[in-house]
Design a protein around this ligand. Sequence first.
Ligand code: ZN
Length: 428
Amino acid sequence: MTVEADGREMHALVKRLYPICRSITGDGVRRTLDIVGESVPLEISEVPTGTEVLDWTVPREWNIRDAYIKDASGARVVDFAESNLHVVGYSVPVSATMTLDELREHLHTLPGQPGLIPYRTSYYAETWGFCLRENTLATLGDGPYEVLIDSTLADGHLTYGEYVVPGRVADEVLVSCHVCHPSLANDNLAGIAVATRLARRLAETAPWYTYRFLFTPGTIGAITWLARNRERVEQVKHGLVLACAGDSGVLTYKRSRQGNAEIDRVVRYVLRTSGRDHEIVDFSPYGYDERQFCSPGFNLPVGSLTRTPYAGYPEYHTSADDPDFVSPEAMADTLETCWEVTRVLERNRHYLNLSPYGEPQLGRRGLYGSLGGRSDTRQTQMAMLWVLNLSDGEHSLLDIAERSHLPFAAVADAAQALRGAGLVKEWR
Ligand code: ZN
């Protein structure tokens, strides 16, 4: 499949998921995971309300069918059916008649962006509210208004999905994205789309690592997964949290808390050698679920890959974060970067030179000029010399690629050829 086709497919998935009203629990998450499950077979977990997970408790499940504010003529001046952002997430049910003054404390607008609907939630404080355009609010008379939120907040479950691409080793690469935002495209759907496509592409290979894809509600979902997988966490050798994966900004990598983990070095290498404009920033305990994976008790080597980071663009958490805000090209670019990261991770090893006293004679083993006539012959030979010289058990292939300024793939190919000739062995 071409990069263009990948981009179109991911954008189509964003558009399909966009209308669904998601939250940290409820049928919107289930419906979303059902749709992702058409591309990759997800294992779904349902964790009951009240389950204690680390320092948290799985909340009651929230579902919503309809909501509106109607004026005296019966017209819906604010309508959930027009945009699910109109209702504060986790609003308790309401059915009342109220004046504008009484209603006002439940209304949220963005005075600085009067044409946009804000996104607001109230997961852990029992309340209700509507979000609307400041421009709409300015047109409202004194009322009274008929106010309805047809929601339920009841014992149920928290739902998350996992997909595992089995590798040759049990060591895992974790790829995680959040699935808890309603109609917001860059902030959750683009990450879901990139993760889904990456999972499918990896499943077509026979990877070295086991790849675990997590589709979880933000914060509470990651905390729930960590609480239920404490013994598995040690197998996570590398990880990426994907979010804001489709806007037109440059790629931004936020290092893991460890700061110089292999994933941090691999992503930096891929971004630097790709020629892409990019940003690399240090870890901070803010943003997406890297906050949980990098909490000090776990301290997993998990970085965060976004385009424009968390809260870094004016469309963030507003109705302007719609499918037009994300592009097939940007999502394809994010996907290719993730793919290149896996290409390096998969082959990055330490080798040991078995003939370290003087240079071994390559010609006798058919390694010198064996690819004679090819324009990359010199690069191939240089790669072999570098691998032989630095394969002292201390240097990884990534170290050698960085030191030699040769492409990682050339260094890895050289190591493979040398191994075939019995000149190096895999060390770790
Ligand atoms: Zn968000």
